[in-house]
Design a protein. Sequence first.
Length: 401
Amino acid sequence: MKANHTEGMWVSCWFYCFIHSPSPIWRTIDLTEYSSALKKRIKQTHRHPDRYWELVSQALISLSRCSRSSARSIRLNAKSKYPYHTHIMDHAIYAITYHCVHLDELEESTLLHMIQRLKNIKRYYFKGTSITSNVLRAIADQQQCELMEVSAQGKNETRNSWMKGLPFDSESFLYFGEKCKETLRVLRLKRTSFHSPEALYTLFSICRKLERVSAGISAIDDKAIEILVKNNPQMTHLKISLSKVSDRGLKAIASRCKNLVHLDAKFNEGTTAQSLTILTRGVCKKIQILSIYLPSVPPKELPNIIESFPDLIRLDLAQSLLDDDTLKEIAARKPKLYSLNVSETDLRSLINFENLIELSIGLEKVSDAATRIIPRSCPKLRILRIHQQSFSEGAISSMIE
């Protein structure tokens, strides 16, 4: 068991049954670690999968009684390889809804009666979970959803589903948009599939108070972006990577989103060498985090363009053509840059980025001598991500010493 003062509680697989005294201090009930350990134990002892959900339900009952009305969040490891993977017992749901009536966060759960019972939930995270149309409409009928995240992980697409692996139709999702148009602030659609972009056009026309949108899906095109930014010029975060947005869509963003601080437009099919220039000529002067794919932009033009964003602190130019001189110039003009993602470049240029805290590199061939540059050049580095690369033992040792 781990405890973090009064803000959260994590339960080991043997401790929950000893907790019965009422305590109003725990705000988060987190059973993810317990659930993972329990799955292994059930498998080792060849118990029936129903036993797993019986024990999880018992844990929920005990913890909901302890936390009483103070609990705000319940986190479960809801994904399971067992055939009965959504069998939280009814008496456990009753205990949660009876004791924890002030919950305002629900993660990875499709329990319809739980949604209908809990009146304060405003943020929903559905990751690889089966969301029925009835569940979505139940959420919509509350008319208070502030955040909706849908991340599909399944590979099967049903005939009546417009989202990959998630069995609810576009009509239900548009119903949700209409009901929650006054409250919805954050919309995240990840690894999802649309039969056509028309549903997106309608959704972006309905919801006019969005502040953060993440929609890295192929159905996002220039028209969808134009409708989105026209109705939501107040947006601060926009992620549209892996979409069909071209320079036309970027022009719409640049002309309306003056409060934008985070833009992710990597790997879009229609962007050209003019993409950054379009952004610099618009109203997006507050950008702090920029991720963009520019394989055709001459490297020597990048420093002048990037300088147009005075508040820039994170820069992702992965797969863009960069040379050592270009990175040196960027470092000279952006000394406060603390996060950098690059590839196809010489590590020796990192000597100029002394304030870097986070670094991502994707290089196929790097010598051991080059890797020794990283710790010497970036003394403040805390996070290092390395992609598409194998290092010798000596190279790894030189980076961590």
